[in-house]
Design a protein around this ligand. Structure first.
Ligand SMILES: Cc1ncc(COP(=O)(O)O)c(C=O)c1O
Length: 426
């Protein structure tokens, strides 16, 4: 995975490469200790780093423009939970099109959720309107403040999102400043944007970079960062709660490698040209190619897989192809060629009806798992959605409608369902 042209400055990689051959009477149990090791005298300790991990985290913070950054081997999920905990807030404003970790984090930490209804372009969720965020803060009892120190509430953006839409960070920051709210960003899909004007870290108090998605890191590699030293102290304590005590050194090395990985302007330019030629949805993020096939989407996905091409996900209407700076240009060309064969199945995305708006149902004390097919009209007792993008199709407390059932039954990979059953209030 590691390209030796780019490892010269990678501290963790080089520490592992130079690790002495030794007899392993330590974990992990496979006993092939050299790359996959545990905390040894030379490999530092992520919970209380004083050596190579401390130096790496300091350098990564400098690259990302943060005061403190923390390496994660537990995915952006851990980053989201850590920043929600570090924020120490009572209320969180966010778009309904948020990852399940945001909903779960609020449940775990007892944070009241103020969920903004999603605006769609066809079936694709858009970023929330800053004006609506301001109304939500106002309705939550936040006072416009000059001090900006109230910190009872925070706004969380998911940006870039899975569809390549990027929030208007400057406008949302101004709203947060006006109301004294913290600004958090779930940048699970934005690790490749640091150093560009589209980077969340320029505006946020806490943010997550999911480097394993859009940069060449092993799965689960991520970083969570804080803007100030004081917030960084809180984040250090929070990350220590949610992180594993057995972090994988290969993942740690890959996170550092990914953050230092060079840009690929040639691929970016070609990806943007491919998007135009294939009539992909317009978006702001070159690593995400989203093409709308409407009801043909699963058929196109199967056709592509038969040709050995596996997209990131199909949401029932759109297929999403994920690039990273490490993607060979030749593969992008192959993708374009294959997609030309499905051009007749593409549809204009704006014609697709969005998912139904949230209708609140009745909550009761009793929850039962019933067949999804027979669940129309019941009130959902837990979030359920497609996996990925891990956004809820139907949320806890929402009345289940036909369209939710169709979407969840068509998908191969879902969360919130158990053997075709969904939890409802009886
Ligand atoms: C927006 C968003 N946030 C957070 C996550 C969680 O990331 P991870 O799977 O790295 O824990 C995902 C994963 O798909 C995501 O799409």
């Amino acid at each position: 995975m590691f390209d030796r042209r780019y490892t010269a400055d990678c501290r963790i990689y080089n520490m592992l490469a130079a690790a002495p051959r030794h007899l392993s009477f330590h974990t992990p149990g496979h006993k092939k200790g050299k790359w996959d090791i545990t905390e040894l005298s030379f490999s530092d300790n992520l919970s209380n780093p004083t050596g190579v991990l401390k130096e790496t985290q300091t350098e990564i913070a400098a690259i990302l423009g943060a005061k403190r950054s923390f390496l994660l081997t537990d995915g952006s999920t851990c980053g989201v939970l850590s920043m929600l905990c570090a924020a120490g807030i009572q209320k969180l404003v966010f778009s309904a099109a948020a990852h399940k970790s945001v909903y779960n984090g609020c449940r775990l930490l007892g944070i009241e959720t103020i969920v903004l209804p999603v605006q769609y372009a066809g079936s694709v969720p858009l970023q929330p309107d800053p004006q609506k965020i301001a109304f939500a803060l106002q309705n939550a009892g936040m006072e416009p403040s000059r001090s900006g120190k109230a910190e009872k509430a925070a706004v969380l953006l998911t940006s870039p999102d899975y569809y390549g839409n990027i929030a208007d960070y400057a406008a949302v920051r101004a709203v947060c400043n006006a109301y004294g709210a913290l600004l958090l960003c779930d940048g699970a899909h934005g690790g490749h944007l640091h150093g560009t004007p589209l980077y969340a870290g320029k505006y946020c108090d806490f943010w997550v970079d999911g480097v394993h998605k859009s940069l060449p890191a092993f799965t689960q590699g991520a970083v969570v960062s804080a803007r100030t030293e004081a917030l960084g102290e809180r984040l250090a304590a929070a990350a220590d709660i949610f992180r594993t005590t057995s972090p994988s050194y290969p993942i740690l090395a890959s996170v550092e490698y990914a953050v230092r990985y060079p840009r690929n302007p040639r691929l970016k330019k070609e990806a943007e040209a491919v998007k135009r030629r294939l009539h992909a949805r317009e978006n702001a993020d070159w690593t995400k190619i989203v093409i709308c096939y409407g009801k043909n989407a699963f058929e196109v996905q199967r056709g592509l897989e038969a040709k050995g091409i596996f997209p990131e996900f199909c949401d029932g209407e759109n297929i999403m192809f994920y690039l990273s700076p490490a993607q060979p240009l030749a593969q992008l060309k192959k993708l374009e060629k294959a997609l030309r064969g499905f051009e007749s199945l593409r549809v204009e995305g704006e014609d697709i009806a969005p998912m139904p708006a949230f209708t609140a149902g009745k909550r009761t004390e009793k929850i039962e798992w019933i067949s999804l097919r027979k669940s129309a009209g019941f009130t959902c007792a837990g979030d359920a959605g497609l996996f990925p993008p891990c956004l809820p199709v139907v949320r806890e407390g929402q009345v289940i409608e036909r369209k939710h059932i169709e979407k969840l039954s068509e998908a191969k990979s879902v969360y919130g369902l158990l053997e075709g059953k969904i939890a409802v209030y009886i």
